[in-house]
Write a protein that binds this ligand. Structure first.
Ligand SMILES: CCCC/C=C/CC(=O)SCCNC(=O)CCNC(=O)[C@H](O)C(C)(C)COP(=O)(O)OP(=O)(O)OC[C@H]1O[C@@H](n2cnc3c(N)ncnc32)[C@H](O)[C@@H]1OP(=O)(O)O
Length: 396
């Protein structure tokens, strides 16, 4: 094994532990009941297994791994199957969780399983009464807050603790929110972020969730998802406004070229560190940025990762207007409320006239960028950069 492979293995396992949610899927709990007759607590054990299937809230991968391990220990005894391959992250995580139980007696494992399920069912009962959770569930978004008021649909990235990094689930949620907004009664649509960041770009842990088909399959799926995601911005039929409340990174920046208007707080910065990450441009920026700011300025951003202040981005034409942070929200929303009262059909038609001649080109650019990125994601440069970030050795 090369030093690189060793580091990758170490990194993959570390990320599996740090980000268990990315690693194991909920259906993994649909366990098969072994025919082995058990003693007194067999009924409790079976009831507990049924309760697991009825849990309304995903308990998280750490707990799921514990449940899996206890189940296996209770039904089969100590782990004696061969250790899965290093890239088989899910099965390796499951194997590790089971193996760590050593010689724990079957009866103890069974009891622990029942106790763990009981704690989960009581906590899910109490948490289902919490209003904010219920609101999110009703809306159907885990990491977005979508509101419609005064003719404006506001889509707010709501993962401030991770600087609004876009997880795989969020890509899908944003696509759904955009598609819904394109058909709702609002006249304009706004994308913004909650907290101090607008968006820190692609969630770098997205790539730790490797499917059975390996990194090739992951890269293929990611490229397809990215193409659809960017396609939603290209095809969005109404005025689309970015309210950039703080720093923007990666795909949070590149997609700005597909917005009709971009307002930024003077605290915002614009950074596309593709070179540092072994990546290449996406979000149609390879086409929109040179068009907006000229090829030389675009190259400085997209190839060398030059970070722009809000005022620099405004001078380059990427940002429409910059506001002091202290008055940013007030000024921007006052203006947007006024815009939203303009005749909706005229706004739509004007957008189409401005954008339609470019649409086909933009879809072609998007497809090509995704094709190139699919290769990049499998490169040593990219894997190394992601590992460095995940092991906290490197930041932007
Ligand atoms: C499938 C589609 C692919 C599309 C491709 C897109 C390309 C891109 O978007 S490339 C850009 C990717 N983004 C980055 O490289 C940013 C990485 N993040 C950072 O460098 C720093 O976190 C950042 C400068 C944004 C903020 O630094 P700090 O202010 O010091 O905060 P923290 O680093 O402590 O961050 C808090 C918390 O958030 C997590 N975080 C932030 N950004 C990301 C991210 N992009 N992916 C995953 N996680 C992120 C960070 O790890 C911290 O988490 P905890 O350690 O758990 O507290």
């Amino acid at each position: 094994m090369t030093e690189f492979s060793r580091r990758l293995v170490r990194r993959c396992w570390l990320s599996a532990v740090q980000n268990p949610l990315q690693v194991i899927s909920f259906p993994a709990l649909q366990l098969h009941v072994s025919g082995t007759a058990m003693r007194a607590s067999q009924e409790d054990f079976e009831n507990a297994m049924n309760q697991v299937k009825l849990l309304k809230k995903d308990p998280g991968n750490e707990v799921k791994l514990k449940l899996y391990a206890l189940y296996k220990q209770a039904t089969e005894g100590p782990c004696s199957i061969p250790k899965p391959g290093v890239f088989d992250l899910t099965n390796k995580a499951k194997w590790d969780a089971w193996n760590v139980l050593g010689n724990l007696p079957k009866e103890t494992a069974r009891q622990n399983y029942v106790d763990l399920v009981s704690s989960l069912t009581s906590s899910s009962k109490s948490s289902s009464q919490a209003k904010p959770g219920a609101d999110r569930e009703r809306q159907g978004y885990e990491n977005l807050v979508v509101t419609s008021e005064d003719g404006i649909t506001k889509i707010m990235l709501n993962r401030p603790i991770k600087k609004n990094a876009i997880s795989t689930q969020m890509y899908h949620e944003i696509m759904l929110a955009l598609k819904t907004a394109s058909k709702d009664d609002s006249t304009i649509t706004v994308l913004t972020g909650n907290g101090d960041y607008y968006c820190s770009g692609n969630d770098l842990t997205n790539f730790t969730d490797i499917p059975a088909g390996g990194v090739e399959e992951k890269a293929k799926n990611s490229a397809l998802m990215l193409r659809d995601f960017v396609g939603c911005f290209i095809d969005f039929p109404k005025p689309l406004i970015a309210v950039v409340n703080g720093p923007a990174v990666g795909i949070g920046v590149t997609t700005l070229g597909l917005f009709d208007v971009v307002y930024a707080s003077d605290k915002a910065t614009f950074h596309t560190p593709f070179g540092h990450l072994g990546l290449s441009p996406e979000g149609c920026s390879s086409y929109t940025f040179p068009k907006i700011m000229g090829p030389a300025k675009a190259a400085e951003m997209l190839i060398f990762g030059k970070k722009l202040t809000a005022r620099e981005a405004c001078a380059q034409g990427l940002v429409t207007e910059v506001f002091p942070d202290s008055i940013f929200q007030k000024e921007v929303w006052t203006r947007l409320k006024a815009y939203s009262k303009l005749p909706p059909n005229a706004m739509r038609v004007s957008k189409q006239v401005i954008r339609n001649t470019e649409k086909e080109k933009l879809h072609a650019v998007n497809a090509e960028e995704c094709r190139v990125l699919r290769e990049r994601w499998m490169s040593d440069e990219c894997i190394n950069a992601a590992m460095n970030f995940l092991s906290r050795r490197a930041k932007l």
